[in-house]
Design a protein around this ligand. Structure first.
Ligand code: FAD
Length: 423
């Protein structure tokens, strides 16, 4: 690139870091280098839901079709009772999501999503440096030096920390303050099962054949399942407050649940476990002096109970890209980073809190409140807010209909007006 205005380094080649790289390179004008510690890009885990607030951004970036090639588009979101799997709430997603929000709700294997994002970032001219494990960051108001474990050094004009939950960048920015993330009592147990292993069980075939998102709600736990296209895998996430050692302990914990889930646990070969963390909203996202900011899980980790963590990281990237489009000189970066934090903090905090609250609805103990919840779900007649948060028309519109590009534009205009009024 000729005369880049700024060199932006992004620590972390996860979903958030790659989204930021795409967004900033799309506008041209800035060099982008993604620094990833692993040998290859290989998102671990299994499936991920891409809600319309995320896919609408992918559409704008011109990569929705590439993502669709690897995705399943679920017909319905079904919330079920844990005991027998009976449907309590049934929300149609096709064609509703496209009609209401201009983009679909998709399901994809994480590795495939990461592959599409990385390919697009590189096509746009971003450099992805693998095996660059950032171990030291030294910054002042005029310089940033990033060093790797292997002794490499980089001196970018701007540093974005997209290094996830245990972010070294966050530790650097929030020096001296207490950790702004907490480990919750919840654990996610992820299981993928080969479609062919399910085919031989007639009771499981209907799950396999219908492209729905299924959610079972029970005391202290919930389960989400869906098909993963292009992988021949069916994806399950069991989430509960109890710490279970292995599939054997899971079978014991879930013994009173839908017989199909018990059967699935019987045929499961293994499970990967994830302790779940959430942000508690404290701590700065932008370095007090340097052009250095956080995005994604590094600053707003959330429980996956609204399926929004990666979607919020994509929104972060989109806003950064839209703001950086107008950065003509390094001296303007800091204002953009401050506007970025102002825009993103309130929305992501509301989703962090909404995710915690949704966990309380999903994990209700059996009793009067749970019977009320189930009645409201069946009747679709809420009196204290919708127990199915995705079906609440007000919340849904706020969550899925949010236009990050309009938001970035408006904030830039009002920033320019305020600068003009001061001069
Ligand atoms: C069980 C579960 C289910 C979920 N389901 C959904 C869902 O359906 N929809 C959704 O939107 N979200 C979901 N999420 C949340 C989502 O996975 C995360 O929010 C998202 O992956 C965060 O992306 P990130 O890029 O910020 O961080 P990460 O994905 O953690 O990426 C960080 C990257 O930085 C690299 N890195 C770390 N430290 C360094 C270093 N020092 N130097 C260089 N590189 C470094 C890492 O190797 C990694 O590649 C779920 C989460 C869980 C746990």
């Amino acid at each position: 690139m000729e005369n880049p205005r700024c060199h932006v380094a992004v620590v972390g080649g996860g979903l958030g870091g790659l989204a930021a790289a795409i967004a900033i390179r799309r506008q041209g004008g800035h060099d982008v280098t993604v620094l990833e510690r692993t040998k290859e890009l290989s998102e671990i885990g299994a499936g991920i839901e891409l809600p319309p607030n995320s896919t609408r951004i992918l559409k704008r970036w011109g990569i929705l079709d590439a993502v669709r090639d690897y995705s399943t588009e679920p017909d319905r979101l079904l919330l079920r009772s844990y005991r027998d799997g009976s449907v309590l709430s049934d929300v149609g997603l096709v064609p509703f999501m496209e009609e209401a929000y201009g983009a679909p709700w998709l399901l994809i294997h994480r590795a495939n999503f990461q592959k599409v994002l990385a390919k697009e970032a590189e096509r746009l001219g971003a450099t992805i440096e693998l095996e660059f494990h950032v171990t030291e960051i030294t910054c002042t108001s005029t310089s940033i030096v990033v060093s790797s474990a292997a002794g490499a050094e980089l001196r970018p004009d701007v540093l974005l920390g997209a290094d996830g939950l245990h972010s070294a960048c966050r530790a650097e920015i929030q020096q001296g303050s207490s950790n702004s993330h907490v480990v919750t009592e919840n654990m996610a147990y992820r299981i993928t099962i080969k479609a062919e292993d399910m085919q031989s069980h007639p009771e499981l075939v209907s799950l396999l054949e219908s492209p729905d998102i299924n959610g079972w709600m029970g005391p202290g736990a919930h389960v989400v399942s869906y098909t993963l296209k292009e992988t021949d895998l069916y994806n399950f996430v069991f989430i509960c407050g109890a710490h279970l050692g292995d599939v054997v302990e899971m079978r014991d914990f879930f013994r009173g649940w839908d017989p199909r889930l018990r059967l699935l646990l019987d045929i499961a070969q293994g499970v990967s476990k994830w302790p779940l963390c959430t942000s508690i909203g404290t701590g700065e996202w932008v370095h007090p002096e340097a052009n250095f900011a956080l995005l994604g899980d590094a600053c707003h980790a959330m429980l996956p109970f609204l399926a929004q963590g990666a979607a919020q990281a994509v929104e972060d990237g989109a806003i950064l890209g839209a703001l950086f489009e107008h950065v003509q000189h390094k001296s303007e970066v800091r204002d953009s980073l401050i506007i970025y934090e102002q825009l993103r903090r309130s929305r992501s905090t509301k989703i962090v809190q909404g995710s915690i609250a949704n966990g309380e609805i999903l994990h209700m103990q059996d009793g009067e409140a749970q019977r009320d919840r189930d009645r409201q779900l069946r009747d679709d007649a809420p009196f204290e807010g919708y127990p199915n948060r995705w079906a609440d028309p007000v919340f849904q519109k706020w969550l899925f209909g949010h236009d990050v590009f309009a938001e970035a534009y408006e904030s830039r205009v009002s920033h320019q007006e305020s600068l003009a009024s001061k001069s």
